[in-house]
Design a protein around this ligand. Structure first.
Ligand code: P1T
Length: 379
């Protein structure tokens, strides 16, 4: 089955009770048992819920995985992954990543004795040099947020196989339409479903997709025991969002490309970070592991300091100045003071995330209007 067909049908069947073609919102916390233990597979909605279950199967289908698990947010999904480990274990993470993930790693899990190393993975030799006998997981975000670096998933997979450890990939920026890390040897795929999968900026949710049955069981145990699950109403909205994922991403990519080239040729723009440019340092890997280059990009304006940058992001009329990404509407953000404010300035700047960086989530509006808005904001 090809992607669009899987997005609409994958893992789904008409509701067994009524034949409803759309999975109903099973807004219930519990399920009646005929006698203790005699039930139809549902006991309590933290453990399992039919609407969430349908979404989990659909997500597994579009990521070419066997098992899907949904959580109350993207961070809750990552939290479940890190709970696979214990004090003394080490995790190697990309150095450029969502600020909230960095905050959770350093402010929550380091307190529990798990050690994190933030490494520039654009060169895999850096990763191999950081592996010790205590390393248990390599955590990759690709494309990275917000610098749009590309990490070679197949090379990372080769490394984890050699060292008998796990590879987790945060696939949020790419979406399953553009990139399927399990096919490239990853053990865990994670999504902030809040973004492209939901697609309409109306849900906060996270997901994990895995192939290995034993790993899935351990994650199901954590999902049920820690309880950070999503609700049925949100599961319904995401099921609905995924039905148009392929169409939306095609347009995000088309618009992203047009905006990227426009900014590249703009006399006031200094740098544009977008993996579709042949001059992007890892364009060849992006071309190999992604179907297209997505609708996320970052840029800087020549000679722009913090104040001038904040003025530009506040001057848009059609873009909205807001955190998040991946919705149908275009967003502009200032990572240093918004999504990545939790990362110390010195740490951010090492990775190129300066006060002058502007991030765009290019939506699916008419691109001429988006370009006109950026031009008037840049001035
Ligand atoms: O917001 P939440 O659903 O908990 O997802 C966290 C998360 C995880 N991974 C990546 C790559 C992300 O971008 C995010 C959330 N990011 C934003 C809110 C943002 O504006 O970058």
């Amino acid at each position: 089955m090809k992607f669009g067909t899987k997005a609409i049908h994958g893992g789904l069947k008409p509701d067994p009770a009524t034949g409803a073609i759309m999975t109903p919102i099973y807004q219930t916390s519990t399920y009646v048992q005929r006698s203790p233990g005699d039930h139809d597979g549902y006991q309590y909605s933290r453990t399992q819920n039919p609407t969430r279950h349908a979404l989990e199967k659909n997500l597994a289908a579009i990521e070419n995985g066997k098992h899907g698990l949904c959580f109350g947010s993207g961070l809750a999904a990552i939290d479940a992954v890190i709970k696979l480990f214990k004090s003394g274990d080490e995790i190697i993470s990309t150095n450029d990543l969502y600020g909230g993930t960095y905050r959770m790693f350093t402010k929550i899990f380091e307190g529990f004795g798990i050690k994190f190393k933030f490494v520039d993975m654009q060169n895999m030799a850096n990763v191999e040099a950081s592996i010790t006998a205590k390393t248990k997981l390599i955590w990759v975000e690709t494309p990275t947020n917000p610098m749009l670096n590309i990490i070679d998933i197949k090379a990372a997979a080769k490394l984890v196989k050699k060292h008998h450890i796990l590879l987790g990939v945060d696939n949020t920026f790419a979406s399953p339409y553009l990139q399927n890390p399990l096919d490239m040897g990853a053990d865990i795929v994670m999504h902030s479903v809040t973004k492209y999968l939901g697609g309409h900026s109306d849900v906060v949710m996270g997901a994990l997709i895995v192939n290995d049955n034993a790993l899935a069981d351990r994650l199901y145990f954590i999902q049920n025991s820690s309880g950070a699950v999503c609700g049925p109403q949100d599961s319904f909205l995401v099921l609905r969002g995924i039905k148009t994922l392929h169409l939306r991403i095609q347009r995000h990519c088309e618009n992203g490309r047009a905006v990227a080239y426009h900014l590249k040729n703009h006399p006031k723009v200094e740098n544009v970070y977008w993996p579709g440019f042949e001059t992007h340092p890892n364009h060849h890997i992006a071309k190999e592991q992604m179907r297209d280059f997505g609708g996320m990009l970052s840029f800087t304006i020549k000679g722009s300091d913090l104040l001038a940058t904040q003025k530009v992001v506040s001057s848009v009329k059609l873009f909205s100045l807001a955190e998040s990404l991946g919705g149908v509407e275009s967003l502009i953000g200032h990572p240093a003071s918004m999504t990545h404010a939790a990362i110390p300035k010195a740490e951010r700047e090492k990775n190129g995330l300066t006060d002058s960086l502007i991030r765009l989530s290019v939506g699916i509006e008419d691109v001429e209007d988006l370009i006109a808005d950026l031009d008037q904001a840049i001035g």
